[in-house]
Design a protein around this ligand. Structure first.
Ligand code: NAD
Length: 492
């Protein structure tokens, strides 16, 4: 496989990296230039079946699953150390593949290191219960690994979101098959190489890049698949839910969002504007939890919009790998087109473009998938750009006078992933935290999460949670054991 820049990447099945069975590979482009970046194998349904078979064999045959959690924890902790040592190489690769800035990629890789450390510590703390029952009986529960778990990841935080579910599934003793997004598989393949060095047995972590429809569905449909963790769009998430239901397996779904940011009249305007900008322009707006609907008290509308415009216009756009760049390109030309289509729709539906709304004028950026940070005002709340997930650096803004109206606007969406509130008043903060219909609410912070706190959406944003102290147990099944311990009477 001839390749440019980052070389060639295969499928990792049973600890061996190899081309796809059908021999097909595809060229990935650098989002900042649209020049060739790397070549990657395109897995087929046959590769899916082979990965599942190898994973099942490793689950049944290695001492990973039956062995003790402490050993798995040690391997994961070793993996954290190795990843930490290679943090810069991983960050550079993620930045070149996905387009995010090197600074953002470093945060992502650091987050994976922290996830590995945290989950490693949970691996030997998956406990059953003893439950009192009547009579001479002893009842206890055991938590067992599920078997082969399938993980399907999106392209916006390629390594971080894959590992958010893969690492706890490994800690619980499962064998994993991961399908990264077609556009961004490079760090996942590199991670599988590292897992081998850390002592994760061959076949326990398999990575199969390829298209969602053909390959992803084949993995979920496979009779050996015992659970699926999906992070991606709500549309595909619904499809995964149907496939999982047909096979009676659990599905964790982490889906889309259109998250509200509510600014109360007493908010610290400078702090709020910085946080709002970070929450919509970070990762070039390609965040499930982007604060994409600003709901600001009418008394602060002008100062907040002024500051947002100033921040947006001062942001330095450029290739993610260039030091000092604050916003990289969108992941693909297709994504760029999609975002610009939404801006066009916003104009047609009565929106005023406060800033941005087009590609930057610099000729140095013309070949890349760049869109300027954009703020839209005056959109009717029912407009497409105000309701649908754009997944780009586009903020829609609304104002309110009464708090009840702010809450109504905030909750008037099919999504329920995330919400943020800016206020100096503690009582209002807690009051809104209760009333906002979202799986996560932050106050006076841009989007922020930690491996030890739960992450999950309400309504069409998902089903189940990732992260938190229960995350390893979530990849187990509960077996109840009842033993009659009555001592038999001796016959006289
Ligand atoms: P997507 O749904 O198009 O794809 C996600 C993954 O699913 C990819 O690996 C893709 O190849 C695969 N896939 C596509 N069709 C499939 C099918 N029929 N069967 C099995 N797999 C299939 O999403 P995307 O464009 O990669 O990512 C953007 C979306 O992800 C946004 O909606 C965003 O909000 C969401 N997201 C959610 C979270 C969260 O934690 N809630 C995090 C990041 C992204």
């Amino acid at each position: 496989m001839a390749a440019a820049g980052e070389g060639s990447y295969g499928l990792v099945i049973g600890g061996v990296e190899a081309p796809a069975g059908g021999g097909e590979s595809t060229e990935l482009l650098d989002p900042a230039t649209n020049r060739p970046l790397a070549r990657v194998a395109v897995g087929t349904p046959d590769d899916a079946a082979r990965a599942m078979e190898v994973a099942q064999g490793a689950f049944d045959g290695s001492d990973w699953s039956g062995g003790d959690g402490a050993r798995r924890g040690k391997a994961l902790y070793r993996l954290a150390q190795l990843l930490d040592e290679q943090q810069e190489e991983f960050s550079l690769l993620e930045s070149r593949n996905m387009g995010k800035t090197l600074r953002e990629a470093r945060v992502d890789v650091g987050y994976v290191v922290r996830t590995l450390e945290y989950v490693a510590g949970l691996a030997d703390k998956v406990e059953g219960q003893t439950i009192p029952v009547p009579g001479s009986r002893f009842n206890y529960t055991v938590r067992e690994p599920l078997g082969v778990t399938v993980h399907i990841a999106p392209w916006n935080y390629p390594l971080l979101l894959a590992m958010r579910s893969v690492v706890p599934a490994l800690a619980a003793g499962n064998a994993v098959v991961l399908k990264p997004a077609s556009l961004t598989p490079l760090t996942a393949v590199r991670f599988a190489r590292l897992a081998k060095t850390a002592g994760v047995p061959d076949g326990i972590l398999n990575v199969v890049p390829g298209p969602g429809g053909r390959l992803g569905e084949a993995l979920v449909r496979d009779r050996r698949c015992r659970s699926v963790s999906f992070t991606g769009s709500s549309e595909v998430g619904r499809r995964i839910a149907v496939l999982a239901a047909e096979r009676t397996i659990p599905a964790t779904l982490e889906l889309g969002g259109k998250s509200p940011v509510v600014v109360l009249p007493d908010a610290d305007v400078d702090r709020a504007a910085k946080g709002i900008a970070f929450g919509i322009f970070g990762n070039a707006g390609q965040m499930c939890w982007a604060g994409s609907r600003l709901i600001v008290h009418s008394s602060l509308r002008a100062p907040v919009l002024d500051r947002l415009r100033a921040i947006a216009e001062a942001m330095r756009l450029g290739p993610g790998t260039e030091e000092g760049v604050e916003m990289g390109p969108l992941v693909s030309r297709e994504q760029e087109g999609r975002v610009l289509d939404y801006v066009r729709a916003a104009r047609e539906e009565g929106g005023t473009i406060v800033t941005g709304g087009d590609k930057p004028s610099s000729s140095a950026l013309a070949a890349g998938n760049f869109v300027r940070p954009t703020v839209v005002a005056d959109l009717p709340p029912g407009a497409r750009a105000a309701r649908e997930e754009i997944f780009g650096p586009v903020l829609s803004t609304f104002s309110y006078d009464e708090l009840d109206d702010a809450v109504r606007l905030a909750n008037d969406t099919p999504y329920g992933l995330f919400a943020s509130v800016w206020t100096r008043d503690l009582a209002s903060a807690h009051h809104l935290a209760r009333r906002l219909d979202a799986g996560m609410v932050v106050v006076n912070e841009p989007p922020l999460t930690f491996p030890q706190t739960p992450f999950g959406g309400f309504k069409e944003s998902g089903l189940g949670t990732e992260q938190g102290a229960g995350v390893v147990a979530a990849y187990t099944r509960v077996k109840n054991v009842l033993v009659n311990v009555a001592v038999p009477r001796k016959k006289r």
